[in-house]
Write a protein that binds this ligand. Structure first.
Ligand code: 4UU
Length: 520
């Protein structure tokens, strides 16, 4: 069996919790600013961040919310995100992170599935949060900054500082529950342990380590695993400084890079494209930028090189998946191979498996990428079937991505075997969109697949079968989706068809539809 091991020395497995690992990067520089709210310039020193995390953890324990429960957070990036995330983790709790652009039904689904009992949000999202809580086990709404009726403020929760990490098992307790659809179906809770995340932080520090005081801009959302592990936990845990942005806006992004002399950009391909081509970039001083890292979707070698040349910075890529905490591959600094997703990070083994036969393939042969390592998830929450379909008994994760690994261990993603659509780096689960479409009384069948797009990477396209004699147009379909699916999941186009191509067993033949779209 051909196994591609990491070519780099192993990192020791740590016995720290994720918050203890964070404190390692904060406690020796108490007076340094650790995190700045981009829009307002409000700054928190390392000492203030540690104090707030300890106070929140203490308050949650005193109130009896934790340990043992699940707290949900529905918020855009802001300094308090790190306080809430780590306050819960330090108190021995589980945190489930919600996309703040979700609709009420989407929020409701995740809160219910994760078994959350407390929801933390911001003032602007209170109404949405309340609608999403309805019918779930959430009994307490907490608002960062306070000011809402019948809700606690985050300050109300602060208690006597929690001195030490509330002990939970580092390998079998899910500290984080982000949601991902994996290779098939609807979004599922991905159970990640303290060991998973701490190890991934330490693994990624090898190829792309951060120097003390480096400033990193954080527009990638903390609710998604890329922003959570790489920005919030790696940057702060390695003595870097974060400038948070609540959402991506090119002008504000450039302005904040200039104002704060940002040295490092973690981005996704659409932002790489904008940085390479947009005229506005020339109006700002980008000379502080030294390092650019793109992940979450394919980026061509041309754009990867162009963005590095335009900004005079090292430009590289990494590859990850929520189920891998997320990073399995990263380009090592000073060893670029443009167009590649990089080499396996330490402690990480890979296989390339021929999908039809299950046979192991060798270098330069294309097959499904399987990954094994200490960053691979525990499994999906309450879903043994999906877990068994994704993880083998001996610990290999089937990524659902088609890749090749060259003779030097560089991995190149070639295509996607799984049904997932990536819109601007965000995962769209076709099964979820199809279920929402079919919920319309005049739609009898539907299939959703991705169409290649220069800017977004892929656009979701819906193939819809209307009931006989039903009067239905694209606008009516889109109006139906409003309020039940967040906008990034909405099809860019609705096509009416007579039938959806299916296999004998009733599975949608997505490849068939995708090939049709690619041929256009
Ligand atoms: C082609 O997108 C992510 C995680 C991305 C990430 C995080 C930290 C990358 C580098 C890093 O350092 O997770 P999910 O779960 O949202 O989506 C996972 C899927 C992969 O299975 C693959 O299909 O996103 C796609 N993907 C990529 N595709 C992720 N990275 C890449 C990449 N090239 N570099």
């Amino acid at each position: 069996m051909t196994v591609f091991p990491s070519l780099y020395p192993e990192v020791a497995l740590s016995d720290m919790s994720i918050t203890e690992r964070l404190f390692q990067g904060l406690e020796n520089r108490p007076e340094d600013v650790a995190i700045i709210d981009g829009p307002t310039g409000r700054a928190l020193t390392s000492a203030a961040l540690v104090d707030q995390i300890r106070s929140l953890a203490g308050g949650l324990v005193t109130r009896g919310v934790l340990p043992g429960g699940t707290v949900a957070i529905l918020a855009p990036n802001c300094p308090e995100y790190a306080v809430v995330f780590h306050g819960v983790a330090f108190a021995g709790g589980t945190i489930t992170t919600l996309n703040p652009t979700y609709t009420a039904p989407e929020i409701q689904h995740q809160l219910h599935d994760a078994g959350a009992t407390m929801l933390v949000t911001i003032p602007a999202l209170v109404d949405l949060a309340r609608a999403g809580m309805t019918g779930t086990a959430v009994t307490e709404l907490v608002v960062i900054g306070g000011g809402a009726e019948d809700a606690l403020s985050l300050d109300d929760l602060m208690g006597a500082p929690q001195a030490a990490q509330v002990r939970v098992d580092l390998d079998s307790f899910p500290v984080v529950l982000p949601y991902s659809s994996g290779t098939t179906g609807r979004p599922k809770g991905v159970m990640l342990s303290h060991r998973n995340i701490v190890t991934n932080v330490n693994q990624l520090a090898v190829p792309t380590g951060i120097e003390r005081g480096e400033t990193v801009i954080a527009f990638l959302p903390f609710f998604h695993i890329y922003g959570m592990t790489v920005l919030m936990n790696l940057v702060l845990g390695q003595e870097g400084r974060l400038v948070t942005m609540p959402r991506f806006d090119l002008e504000q992004f450039l302005h904040l890079i200039q104002t704060h002399a940002v040295s490092r950009l973690y981005i996704v391909p659409p932002v790489a494209l904008a940085l390479a081509k947009h005229p506005m970039v020339a109006q700002y001083d980008m000379s502080s930028v030294r390092f650019i890292f793109s992940g979450a979707a394919p980026l061509s070698a041309e754009v990867e090189i162009a963005v590095g040349e335009r900004l005079g910075a090292e430009s590289i890529q990494g590859y990850g998946m929520t189920e891998m905490s997320p990073v399995s591959h990263s380009t090592y600094r000073g060893k670029p191979r443009h167009g590649s997703s990089g080499q396996a990070v330490p402690n990480t083994e890979c296989r390339i498996v021929e999908p039809e036969t299950g046979r192991n393939l060798g270098p330069d042969q294309e097959g499904e990428l399987w990954v094994r390592g200490p960053q691979v998830m525990m499994g999906y929450l309450n879903n043994a079937e999906a877990t068994a379909a994704t993880l083998t008994e001996d610990g290999w994760l089937k990524t659902g991505d088609l890749a090749v690994i060259d003779g030097d261990g560089y991995m190149f993603i070639r295509d996607r075997l799984k049904e997932l659509i990536k819109y601007k780096g965000f995962a769209v689960a076709p099964a979820e969109v199809e279920a929402a479409l079919i919920a319309h009384e005049k739609i009898i069948d539907a299939a959703v697949v991705g169409k290649p797009d220069d800017e977004a990477g892929e656009l979701p396209i819906a193939f819809v079968v209307a009931a006989p004699d039903a009067e239905l147009d694209g606008d009516a379909v889109m109006a139906h989706l409003e309020g039940c699916l967040s906008h990034y999941k909405h099809p860019a186009e609705v096509r009416f068809v007579d039938s959806v191509p299916k296999s004998a067993s009733g599975k949608i033949l997505r490849r068939f539809l995708r090939d049709e779209l690619r041929a256009e």
